[in-house]
Design a protein around this ligand. Structure first.
Ligand code: SF4
Length: 453
């Protein structure tokens, strides 16, 4: 009987795509997927270390697996992958007294996972198995990935980052920036479309820093133009861009290319120039706001989202007021906001005392989230009555007739409809607004290719 695997994923889209790759590799090696932990011979935990809380989840999970092993006398082979594996390496074995983790595989050594897991399953070695070598090839064909979503494909175009923002572990866990050849990226897009994908999401730590290593004329804007030409593809998304690499060419591509979604995730992290400088973000509040204005001039209907950190070392009440005023001015459609926590190796942990009290961090995050909730509610209410092209991506598990999809601006829309609409882009009249989603009704005689509103 085939051995079964289960992958648990924490963190960003890059991690979700890595899990798809690991699933593909394990299936190529003869493993079968299971959703039931009791049935799994192998549990892979794909970890995130971007925030302290995300890292804590790993230890909680390992504790559960150890307990299960002690109670039942058996447990699956446990493989830890992702950023915490890369960051901590062999120290993780020690932290768990060598009792719970059988395999450790870093972000750049995924290809070795099946081999290491095979050895651990067969118990051909008594000691835990480890590969956290920092550099590997990024030209990983999508053919190996087992896509979690049949309609949407993640395609990595850049791996790693050279920016070293003061709070961020990514340059330490993902290594230096490497770009994939444009021909490989386009081949992945065509293959994804040929196997049912309607939408691709191009991934990179600074995705808009792309410059094809095999074609000097292909920057990020040109890549978008080439992907836009792929027949059968309906939508292009990308994550995450850095504000300072949003060029006039990229704005023009977002304005003119019909498949590029009218949504931009534009991380800002703080509304205060002083804090942005301490964070080494390399742009000011004014430059960011000027960029937002230029984007909205070119693409008036664009939906913006962002990442925000509160309580970065040295952040004063006045700095935080600037974060609030920037949020009120930009009016984001969504926001990921976090309390600062010091991360290993970073400039901030080495040189900047974590001097904002927990009480202040909590008060600030509550105030910011309340403001964002209000803005989001107003934007959703304003959408009622509009006609939106919605790519229907799923059917409700509870109610057969209820479908769910996303607008070009990336807002979830729930609507009644027929199961055979899944995978189609249909015109939807927005009829109601909830805090995190919209409700709508399909307008079947309207033209789906009209202006994105
Ligand atoms: S740009 Fe900054 S925040 Fe983004 S991955 Fe690189 S170091 Fe991290």
């Amino acid at each position: 009987m085939a051995r079964r695997y289960l992958i648990e994923t924490h963190g960003c889209q890059m991690n979700f795509h890595d899990s798809e790759r690991m699933a593909g590799l394990l299936e190529q090696a003869g493993y079968e997927r299971t959703a039931d932990e009791d049935d799994a011979d192998v549990v892979v935990i794909n970890t995130c270390s971007v925030r302290e809380k995300a890292e804590e989840k790993l230890y909680t999970r390992l504790g559960e697996l150890r307990l299960r092993g002690e109670e039942t006398g058996s447990r699956p082979v446990v493989a830890v992958a992702g950023c915490v594996a890369q960051q901590e390496g062999a120290k993780l074995f020690k932290a768990t007294n060598g009792r719970t983790i059988d395999v450790l595989v870093g972000t750049q050594a995924l290809k070795r996972l099946p081999l290491l897991v095979d050895e651990a399953v067969a118990r051909t070695r008594s000691e835990p198995l480890l590969d956290v070598s920092p550099h590997d090839d990024v030209s990983f064909p999508l053919g190996i990935a087992r896509r979690g979503d049949p309609l949407k494909a993640y395609i990595t175009i850049i791996e790693g980052c050279n920016d070293f923002c003061a709070f961020c572990v990514v340059p330490y866990t993902r290594g230096h920036e490497r770009m994939r050849p444009v021909d490989d990226v386009l081949a992945d897009v065509r293959q994804a479309v040929a196997t049912g994908a309607r939408e691709v999401q191009l991934l990179g730590q600074i995705v808009n820093h792309y410059q094809a290593p095999d074609d000097p004329s292909c920057d990020f804007a040109e890549l978008l133009a080439r992907v836009d030409e792929v027949e059968g593809l309906e939508r292009i998304r990308f994550a995450s861009p850095h504000p300072r690499h949003v060029t006039p060419r990229m704005i023009e591509a977002m304005r003119s290319l019909p498949k590029v979604c009218r949504h931009l995730h534009l991380p800002v992290q703080s509304g205060s120039t002083r804090v942005l400088e301490a964070m080494r973000r390399r742009h000011t509040r004014e430059e960011y706001l000027d960029l937002v204005d230029r984007l909205r001039d070119a693409v008036p209907e664009i939906a913006l989202s962002t990442d925000m950190i509160v309580g970065f070392p040295g952040e004063t009440g006045e700095d935080f007021e600037q974060t609030l005023s920037l949020t009120a001015r930009v009016r984001y459609h969504s926001m990921f906001s976090f309390k600062y926590s010091p991360r290993p190796n970073t400039l901030a942990i080495r040189r900047m005392p974590d001097d904002v009290s927990e009480e202040d961090k909590t008060a600030r995050i509550v105030a910011l989230q309340e403001l964002q909730k209000r803005v989001q509610g107003e934007l959703h209410a304003a959408a009622v009555g509009r006609l939106e092209p919605v790519l229907v991506d799923s059917r409700s598990r509870r109610r057969d007739w209820e479908l769910s999809g996303r607008t070009s601006g990336n807002t979830v829309v729930n609507l009644p409809g027929s199961a055979d609409w899944v995978g189609r882009t249909i015109p939807v009249r927005i009829t109601g607004a909830n805090p995190n989603s919209l409700r709508g009704e399909a307008v079947l005689d309207a033209v789906a290719s009209g202006p994105y509103v």
